[in-house]
Design a protein around this ligand. Structure first.
Ligand code: FAD
Length: 468
């Protein structure tokens, strides 16, 4: 049987190689380190963790990344097996001894009879006779590979920074203050004229907000990030605020073309707009609010905005070096490049974010590649599972609005906002009383998790048997 080629032995590539070999298909894993380094990796080990040593929460019942852990364990993940075996104490989180973890992954892959590890950079398009390839070269993809991918996908299809505006859970926005309306009621293609949620500020609130932005603590760029030019000028909101007190009022917070139905006679001094971020309509991003503020500062400062006092953030803003594709446009539902289907992408380069998410997308890419090689049906996981929800975000869940431009897709961690809502809301206690507040939120998450694990088991049970 011809091998599947996996390029990049990070979190995603290592997991993909393991899953492919587990299903009886030979793999060649190409990793450029230690011969060629990245700006963040320090060793030649596979699945090296470049920063923190945490896989975040291990709570499968009420935390989406904990649920992803549980699903990956059920799917025989090597990354989770090596993580569990090399845990260090971290409360409710799963943290690992990074060297022992990477050594365990390297040893498992090295010792597998169906896996060959080749230490080389793939510095252009893979040879034509590699008919089933996974590209998992990560956020720091080597320049030559990035150039090759850009040549087939187009100039604007590969970004080198993510400039992320915070994303808010729709049900945490106070609609007694905010309202739905597009500027000048424009509907545009596919719009309704009420596609944005608007949060109004009067003069005093605006001035206080600008003061808070300017005074907030920010995170500095790494040296090697600072020397990479922005793809397109995407200024952090606090930098805009520093440039002049009215800069935001003339920019992303301009109050024109909008009427507040709660106070129709009062013209807002400034308005924060939120735009729908996923097809489900459960997540909204703060338009133009990319930021380098520290996470705690973002929560404090953005909750000063009327209507967002209780905002729950699916992800906070950030700007950092990250090579990633405009995946919803470029990839098919099984992560293959539409323009060249022999190439499948996995890991952070697809627009997921985080060690665990990268490994999970590597896992499904590996399953897809192995099924294809074995001539079996390639069936994606249900959208109700954490794997399916994440895959949906990457390959089609994101909404691209006309004014957002082609690069509005930004990487995201797994979160419950990516899951299809429950068919019935979880508000009733067994005795007939109603759940409220955090108890209601926890019950909803538990129900989403239970549904995910049941659906994952059904999907897993229907997969063709692995040939060990
Ligand atoms: C500086 C930084 C810090 C981060 N910190 C965290 C964090 O603390 N927590 C977290 O959850 N996530 C973090 N991330 C995000 C992300 O989870 C990690 O980058 C994760 O390692 C991504 O997994 P991956 O498999 O997609 O890429 P990687 O793990 O980076 O693996 C890609 C591999 O491909 C190799 N490679 C690249 N180009 C080629 C080529 N042309 N030929 C052959 N091999 C190649 C690289 O050497 C590397 O081994 C961070 C990212 C960065 C850049």
């Amino acid at each position: 049987m011809q091998p599947v080629h996996v390029i990049g032995g990070g979190l995603a590539g290592s997991e993909a190689a393991w899953q492919i070999a587990y299903r009886g298909v030979p793999v060649v894993l190409h990793e450029m380190r230690p011969g060629r380094a990245t700006a963040a990796h320090k060793t030649g080990g596979l699945a090296e963790l470049v920063c923190s040593n945490s896989f975040r929460s291990d709570d499968a019942a009420t935390n989406a990344v904990g649920l992803l852990h549980a699903e990956m364990r059920r799917l025989g993940s090597l990354i989770m097996r090596a993580g569990d075996a090399n845990q260090v104490p971290a409360g409710g989180a799963l943290a690992v001894d990074r060297d022992a973890f990477s050594a365990a992954v390297t040893q498992a892959l090295d010792g597998h009879p169906l896996i060959e590890i080749v230490r080389e950079e793939i510095d252009g398009l893979p040879p034509d006779d590699w008919d089933n390839v996974i590209v998992a070269t990560g956020p720091l993809t080597s320049a030559a590979m990035a150039e090759a991918v850009r040549n087939i996908t187009g100039e604007r299809s590969l970004a080198f920074f993510d400039a992320i505006a915070p994303i808010v859970h729709r049900d945490s926005i106070d609609m007694g203050v905010a309202w739905a309306q597009s500027r000048y009621d424009k509907s545009g293609p596919g719009g309704s004229g009420a596609d944005y949620l608007n949060c109004p500020l009067d003069r005093d609130r605006y001035e206080a907000f600008v003061d808070a932005l300017v005074a907030a603590e920010t995170v500095a760029f790494h040296d090697w990030e600072a020397s990479t030019p922005y793809f397109d000028g995407c200024l952090p909101v606090e930098v805009m605020a520093e440039r002049g007190r009215d800069t935001l009022r003339w920019g992303p917070m301009k109050p024109v073309g909008l009427t507040n139905p709660h106070r129709p006679d009062e013209k807002p001094y400034a308005v924060v707009q939120l735009r729908q971020d996923n097809r489900l309509g459960t997540l909204f991003n703060m338009v133009g609010f990319q930021t380098k503020m520290k996470h705690a500062e973002q929560v404090r400062v953005f909750r000063m905005i009327p209507g967002l006092e209780q905002a729950e953030f699916a992800r906070l803003g950030g700007i950092h070096r990250n090579t990633f594709l405009d995946s919803p446009r470029l990839l098919d539902p099984t992560l293959r490049l539409k323009a060249m289907p022999r190439l499948r992408f996995a890991g952070q380069i697809t627009g997921c974010e985080g060690y665990v998410e990268s490994a999970a997308i590597g896992l499904v890419a590996g399953l897809f590649a192995a099924a294809e090689r074995r001539g079996e049906a390639v069936v994606p996981p249900p959208a109700t599972t954490a794997h399916g929800a994440l895959l949906g975000h990457i390959t089609g869940g994101h909404v691209v609005t006309i004014d957002a431009g082609p690069r509005s897709f930004q990487p995201m961690n797994v979160n419950f906002g990516l899951f299809p809502p429950l068919e019935r809301s979880v508000v009733k206690l067994p005795g007939g009383g109603r759940l409220r507040g955090s108890a209601k939120t926890a019950a909803r998450k538990q129900a989403l998790s239970a549904r995910a694990l049941a659906d994952l088991d059904a999907w897993r049970g229907a997969l063709p048997a692995a040939a060990e």
